[in-house]
Structures are given as C-alpha cells and as structure tokens.
Design a protein around this ligand. Structure first.
Ligand SMILES: [Zn+2]
Length: 374
C-alpha cells in the first residue's frame, strides 16, 4: 500500500501581502512578508524532490471543491462574500485572514485537494495521504475566515466522505500549535466525530481550546482539548499521545483518522513557543499510523496547517511523510540534534496536570452507537 500526496503550485500563489508577522504594516511596522507566505510549503515539496521521497508517493491531483461541497459546512453568505471579494481586490475573510484577487479560487483548490486525498484514502487507492495544501483550514469558522484560514479543509474532507462514501466515525488529532477551533465547532454537537486538539495553552484564537470545552448535547464528551503550557517539548507531546490520543481513539474505533498537521510547535517557529524537533513529529506519526492500522485498515489523512520557520518546517514535514510512507531515505535533519540537545524536553508536573485531566476525558470515550444501545 502506498502514501498519497497532494500539492499544487497554485497553492503557493495565494497572496497574503505584507505585514509585520501578521500585524498590518501600518504605523511604525516596516512592511515585510506576511508570516503565512509560501516559502515553508514550497520548501517541503522541494526537499522531497531533492531527497527522492516524492518518487515513493502516489501523486493525487487536487480539484476545486464545488459550492455544494463547501456548503456542507460554510454558510452561503460567507461563500458569496468571499467570491465577491476575490473577484475584486481581495481583502480580509474575517479575522486575520488576508487574501488577494483570486484567493477564493485557490481556497477552493486547497479544500478540493483535501477532498481528493480523502477520497483516495477511503476508496483504498492509497493507504494514507498527506495533503500539502494552502491556504490552511483549521481556524476557519462556518461564517468567517480566521487565523489565515479561508475554508475548513479538514471539516469539508470529513463531511465529504461521510456524505458520499458512508464513512461513519472519524477521529481528528490536531497537533498544530494553535487550537483547532473551526474543527471543534463544526463537530461540537456530533458524537460521530471525535475531535482532539493538542495546542499551546491560549495561544490562538484567544480564549479558545480550554480543557472544559468537551462538546455539547449528543456531542458531549467527543471534544478533548489538551492545552499544553508554553515550553512543552518531546515528553509532554509523546505523553499526551500515549495517555490521551491512544486510549481515546482505541475506545472510539474510528473508520478514518484525520490529522490537521501544523509544524508551528517546532522549536524555531516564530509564532509558537514549543520545543519540538522532527524526531517528535516522526514519533507522533508512527503512533498515529499504528493506531490507524489497528483500528481502521490504515486509513489516515494528514491536512497541512501551520508552521512558519521556512528552514525548519521542511525537515519536520519530511519526517512525517517518510514515516507515513515507510520510506527509508532517513536524511539527516541538521536541526534535530540542536533542538534535542536543549533543555525542557522532559515531562514537567505543570504539563502532566493538564495531560492527566485530558486523559480522564479520554477514558470516558465510547462509540456513540454503543451509548445509544445501552
Ligand atoms: Zn498554527
């Protein structure tokens, strides 16, 4: 079985303009590239070409998501607004989500790349897939863009295979350093989609991603947030995977696992304050792949989200995709020994308190069908 890979040069043409990091270049801020610029993404694909990893993958061509497919989550008003702005000069899709003329079409191709990858995984054309799409998706809300995200790529991918391919339960494991608020909100009432987000405590969006936010109505208990303290490193992440993700997914028995994959928990990221090296990303991927093989015939879909250190991100993404594909290029990541040699990788008590609280939530997870049968 193979690993599918989605990418397209058009993704790199999504233009976020100039900013100071992400703050508009006004007043005293000298104009520079917006932090969500193409370079980290383009360099992932370039590194994969240089190492030969890309030749080991099944290339999946993206397509544009249709209006009907986008309406499975987003409101008609929001789509109309995006379309009108995109036909003119662009603007801001909501909060902190700048885009230029034509940006809506690129967002449709980004969402459609995830749909194509989800189809390939569910149809068994590939075992798992990595969708290197842009713009990202996990902050987008039904009626507005947020945090560089125009359309909720992962949400649309999940709804698509549920609507067209009879997929039932889906588990989402989001390790982007920011809270996966859009994905949480999309499925907050839904017991068939278990959403887990490992993120830096109260980083972005503000006041989002608390331990107490566990779902609503029938979806109560099917949303688990793990708001890790700033400075968390290898052991905090791997412990969260072992004590929260593994038991929750094992109990939930998903038909598909979706991973919004951000590399902004990397130790050199300008927006995150975490410590990860490519080794931890590789380890997390190995566990997710093992879970997928044990629980759902390997069906595992990664959708690219954040990660803003243009030089470091490609090595993290390369490790993840290499692990997904069982490929043995094993190139050396020159940054791994530097980050691994820094302090802060052991599990500290203030991190363990958070993880153990989330672990108690994970211990309560059951497939919804079993609950209703009781
Ligand atoms: Zn992020």
């Amino acid at each position: 079985m193979t690993t599918g890979f989605v990418c397209h040069e058009r993704y790199m043409w999504h233009d976020t303009g100039s900013a100071g990091l992400f703050v508009p270049s006004t007043g005293y801020i000298q104009p520079a590239s917006h932090v969500e610029h193409p370079e980290s993404k383009r360099r992932i694909r370039n590194l994969m070409e240089v190492t030969g990893l890309i030749e080991r993958l099944e290339i999946i061509q993206p397509r544009s998501a249709t209006r009907e497919e986008v309406l499975r989550y987003h409101t008609a008003d929001y789509i109309d607004r995006l379309e009108a702005m995109s036909e003119a000069d662009g603007g801001d899709a909501g909060i902190g989500t700048p885009f230029a003329h034509g940006g809506f079409e690129i967002a449709l191709l980004s969402a459609g790349g995830v749909l194509a990858a989800a189809e390939a995984v569910v149809d068994g054309k590939v075992e798992n897939a990595y969708a290197l799409v842009r713009p990202p998706g996990h902050h987008a809300e039904a009626d507005m863009g947020k945090g560089f995200c125009l359309l909720a790529n992962a949400v649309l991918g999940i709804r698509h295979v549920q609507a067209t391919r009879g997929v039932g339960r889906v588990a989402v494991v989001d390790y982007d350093v920011h809270h996966g608020n859009g994905t949480e909100h999309a499925f907050y009432d839904d017991p068939n989609v278990l959403t887990i987000s490992l993120h830096q405590d109260n980083c972005f969006p503000p006041d989002s991603g608390a331990l107490e936010d566990t779902g609503r109505a029938a979806g109560k208990g099917y949303n688990i947030n793990v708001p890790l303290p700033p400075g968390s490193g290898r052991d905090a992440y791997l412990t969260a995977i072992e004590r929260v993700v593994v038991p929750a997914l094992t109990a939930f028995r998903p038909d598909l696992i979706v991973v919004p994959s951000g590399f902004d928990a990397g130790g050199f990221d300008p927006l995150g304050r975490m410590m990860l090296s490519s080794d931890t990303y590789r380890s997390m991927t190995a566990t997710l792949k093992r879970l997928a093989r044990e629980l759902c015939e390997g069906r595992l879909l990664f959708t690219h989200e954040g990660g803003y250190s243009a030089v470091h991100v490609p090595f993290c993404a390369h490790a993840v995709i290499e692990e997904l594909a069982d490929a043995e290029t094993r190139i050396e990541d020159p940054f791994a020994p530097i980050l691994n040699g820094m302090g802060g990788h052991q599990l500290y008590q203030h991190q363990e308190v958070v993880i153990d609280t989330a672990a108690r939530l994970a211990a309560e997870v059951r497939p919804a069908s079993e609950l209703s049968a009781v």
